[in-house]
Design a protein around this ligand. Structure first.
Ligand SMILES: [Ca+2]
Length: 180
């Protein structure tokens, strides 16, 4: 007979998970919750607004509208976070959900993210997490390690790069930023 918790000698103990130093969650139910919209100089036009059109959690999300008719440019939201005291280096994990309507090549725009000691400024400051070729909500995640030994703030950003010459709308909701 097998029994739970029989305490067999030599049972493997999983390695301890790194301690969570900070855990921030944003469901955008009270507004943009400190995230600021930015775009680079290549995007023809774009804006991020607080929306009640669709939601992954609650009733609100962030509506990303991009005029990608130049076929280029990036639109994102960014937020500053305090470095947990006494940490020379941290691992930052971002999770965020994105809603896209429709599939196919024309819908496949890159979802991008950034986590670093400086705020992003241009498309090259971002990492591509995937493409919006999925109809509905999909989760995107990003993890990176940052040297923060001489700074008190780090920056996290996520958004979209325009890749096809068409105006499009996308929604983001339920972002979390975990520091270990
Ligand atoms: Ca929400």
């Amino acid at each position: 007979m097998l029994a739970w918790g029989s305490g067999a000698a030599g049972a493997a103990t999983p390695p301890p998970a790194p301690a969570v130093l900070a855990d921030h969650t944003f469901d955008y139910e009270s507004g943009t919750e400190g995230w600021t919209a930015k775009k680079d100089g290549r995007l023809r036009d774009g804006d991020v607004t607080w929306s009640s059109d669709v939601a992954k959690s609650g009733a609100h999300s962030l509506d990303f509208w991009l005029d990608g008719r130049r076929g280029d440019g990036t639109l994102w939201v960014e937020r500053a976070f305090p470095v947990p005291q006494g940490q020379p280096g941290i691992t930052v994990e971002l999770s965020v959900w994105e809603w896209n309507g429709g599939t196919g090549e024309a819908a496949g725009w890159p979802v991008v993210a950034h986590a670093d000691r400086a705020a992003p400024a241009v498309e090259e400051d971002f990492v591509e997490l995937g493409r919006t070729d999925f109809d509905g909500w999909r989760q995107y995640t990003y993890s990176t390690t940052i040297d923060v030994h001489d700074v008190g703030t780090f920056y996290v950003a996520f958004g979209l790069s325009a890749d096809k010459e068409s105006p499009r709308a996308h929604y983001f909701d339920l972002a979390s930023v975990t520091v270990t």
